[in-house]
Ligand binder design. Structure first.
Ligand code: GLV
Ligand code: MG
Length: 324
């Protein structure tokens, strides 16, 4: 292992991330009552240009009027892209007025590390000026060819960064890819046309201590298609997936919760390796298969996520009790 280490970002459970249009406050209460680990109130693509300014006010009220944290949610706001004239006011108004209730800001269409730097600088000033007691996190959408080309540099752009999201819809548009439905597979392609991008992004995330989150699956009447996409992402190391409709929340929670048998086996692996270590051996056998220190590291990942899920179910804060 290299001596160069990047500390993991502030940990949070992020199996399901419900997208809620900032212009539709009637959906806020439903999001609060649902089972999503994460909710983001959207000021970007789900909000029409004419509604951008009223939506900003609605989002601020949504943060102030509801105690998202008490309901076990991580709450984020997706601001507009930094190439729009909405973004600076999204950040300034939302964070000045409701930053003490906000966990993270989700920045879309990030292309270069300086895009993150800009948001970091704004947050730093507003937190100081408004005496916001916690550090607000930044999450970014990798959804353009430029963002993917710079994904490793972007991953190192700020200590506030917590997660990257793969925005398959805009990514497809940016690549001029031929698609069938958002996040679905084009049968003309032999396999998963998003595989290369998914792997590149999750590798950048893990190298620099961030979570990787898979983006939308547009056909909310196709639970099997959603599950299949989520399972492909989970197999690669993604920790969660967006839900663009409440019906997708339980599907994401199901896929990104390690099955009980997997958790049980992870615990047995750790026990078997403890015993082997006491006997002076590095490797052991379990169920007829060789296991070693790498197996222990994989098992620890599973046990940690299972513990976080158990803590959330028990109503105690998941994964961490304090904010960075
Ligand atoms: C999400 O914003 C996407 O473009 O997929
Ligand atoms: Mg997008």
């Amino acid at each position: 292992m290299s001596l160069t280490r990047f500390e993991p970002a502030h940990p949070r459970l992020q199996r399901s991330e419900l997208a809620v249009p900032g212009s539709q406050p009637v959906l806020f209460q439903k999001a609060l009552d649902g089972e999503a680990d994460y909710v983001f109130l959207d000021l970007e693509d789900a909000v029409a240009p004419a509604d951008k300014e009223p939506a900003r006010k609605t989002v601020i009220s949504g943060l102030l009027d509801h105690d998202w944290k008490a309901r076990g949610k991580t709450i984020a706001v997706r601001v507009n892209g930094i190439d729009t004239h909405y973004m600076y006011r999204d950040v300034v108004d939302v964070v000045e007025q409701a930053g003490h209730r906000l966990d993270t800001v989700l920045v879309p269409k990030v292309g270069v590390p300086a895009d993150v730097y800009l948001v970091d600088a704004l947050l730093t000033q507003i937190e100081t000026a408004r005496r916001i007691p916690h550090r607000i996190g930044i999450e970014v959408l990798i959804e353009t060819a430029l963002g993917m080309a710079n994904v490793e540099a972007i991953a190192q752009a700020s200590r506030r960064l917590e997660a990257m999201h793969f925005g398959v819809a805009d990514f497809a548009a940016s690549l001029h890819a031929r698609t069938v439905s958002i996040g679905g597979l084009n049968p003309d392609y032999p396999g998963d046309q998003w595989h290369g991008a998914l792997v590149r992004m999750v590798t950048a995330c893990r190298a620099y201590g961030l979570r990787a989150i898979d983006g939308p699956y547009g056909d909310f009447k196709d639970p099997d298609g959603f599950r299949a996409a989520a399972r492909r992402a989970a197999a690669l190391g993604y920790e969660g997936k967006w839900a663009i409709h409440p019906s997708q929340v339980p599907l994401a929670n199901e896929v990104f919760t390690p099955p009980a048998a997997e958790v049980e086996r992870a615990r047995r692996i750790l026990l078997a390796l403890d015993e082997a270590a006491r006997a002076g051996r590095g490797a052991a056998q379990l169920d007829g298969r060789m296991i070693d220190a790498a197996s222990a590291r994989m098992a620890q990942n599973i046990v940690a996520i299972a513990a976080a899920i158990a803590a959330r179910t028990a109503g105690t804060p998941a994964l961490a009790t304090t904010r960075a």
